[in-house]
Design a protein around this ligand. Structure first.
Ligand code: DAH
Length: 333
């Protein structure tokens, strides 16, 4: 009985699963204490055997019961400890997470729209799948005009096409409402082109102002665009260079002094000191004729949003704006 008390104490004093597993082998194992006692049975007489075996079985049962209950306690304690250490406090601060940001084209687009909305321009939309009339004909782009070339325009079979510019929205606006008009039309446009400075899809903002009382002048156009470009690019010089567009007469292209070299001449401005940023002009009378507007005058302008974004953020390759490379986008957070 003394031995039994000692063994039982040994079991109950185990502080963890490893310790009690060792005791299990010592007591209940093949070469353990109990197995040793059972071997002794063989050396006893029949008479002694009965008592000894009975005592041994009682002892075994007692040890097993103590073992099982202490083993269960230790297991429970182990689980509790594990639960405690693995507990997650959902209210704890999780550190800085990745923040999203506007794509530079979207951000530039927003900035342009905001500027003109503040000047009371309406924001107009038109379909991306256009027809020949709105995209070309009404804009005084006659049938043989090179802009209609299959090289530049995505045509569908049924005389529909993907708009090559946002200018058709001015036609739609004039056909659906009366002057005066002050509008911009932001949106995607499509051309069959792909290189360092061209992608098949890009974004433009078209602007149109039409007055039926009094006449708009080229001076009005120059003043509004000069303010706009200085708002976008900071303190740059703005100049207007005579140019040609079928839908405006006279037409001009606006340049800003090079924001990379300050006008001294560098690779970006091809050593001219100037960067071309938009097209504009006084609306050609043929355009007004196409929408049956009489006794009105107006000016229009059109710009490429990607070009603005590239200049503002000094991005050298237009195509990188559409590749979705996280390393580029992360820089605009
Ligand atoms: N639609 C022209 C283009 O895609 C841009 C443009 C130039 C629009 C002059 C205008 C304008 O309204 O007056 O290149």
């Amino acid at each position: 009985m003394e031995d039994l008390d000692i063994l039982e104490k040994k079991i109950l004093s185990c502080k963890n699963i490893e310790e009690i597993e060792k005791i299990r082998i010592d007591i209940f194992g093949k070469k353990g204490v109990l197995a040793g006692e059972f071997i002794k049975l063989a050396t006893l007489s029949a008479e002694e055997k009965k008592d000894f075996a009975q005592g041994l079985n009682t002892a075994k049962e007692r040890l097993q019961t103590s073992f099982d209950s202490h083993y269960a306690n230790l297991k429970k304690a182990l689980l509790e400890e594990k639960l405690k250490s693995e507990k997650i406090d959902m209210s704890l601060y999780g550190g800085v997470s990745n923040k999203g940001a506007l794509h530079p084209v979207a951000e530039t687009m927003d900035k342009i729209i905001e500027y003109f909305v503040a000047l009371n321009f309406s924001v107009e939309n038109g379909p991306m799948v256009e027809d020949d009339f709105h995209n070309f004909e009404a804009l005084n782009l006659p049938k043989h005009h090179p802009a209609r070339d299959m090289q530049d325009t995505f045509y569908f079979g049924d005389s529909k096409l993907l708009r090559t510019h946002t200018s058709p929205v001015q036609i739609r606006k004039m056909l659906s409402s009366k002057p005066p008009i002050r509008m911009i039309a932001p949106g995607s446009v499509f051309r069959r082109d792909y290189d360092l400075t061209h992608t098949p899809m890009f974004h433009q903002v078209e602007g149109l102002v039409v007055e039926d009382k009094g006449e708009v002048s080229f001076a009005n156009l120059k003043s509004i665009l000069t303010d706009f470009l200085q708002h976008m690019f900071g303190s740059v010089e703005v100049r207007f260079r005579p140019s040609f567009f079928p839908f405006t007469e006279p037409s001009a292209e606006a340049d800003i002094s090079c924001i990379f070299c300050g006008g001294d001449g560098c690779r970006v401005c091809s050593h001219t000191g100037w960067l071309e940023v938009l097209g504009c002009g006084i609306v050609d009378p043929n355009v007004f004729k196409a929408v049956e507007y009489e006794n009105v005058s107006g000016y229009a302008f059109g710009l490429g949003v990607e070009r603005f974004a590239m200049l503002l953020h000094k991005i050298p390759d237009l195509r990188s704006l559409f590749e979705g490379d996280i390393r580029l986008l992360e820089q605009f957070r």
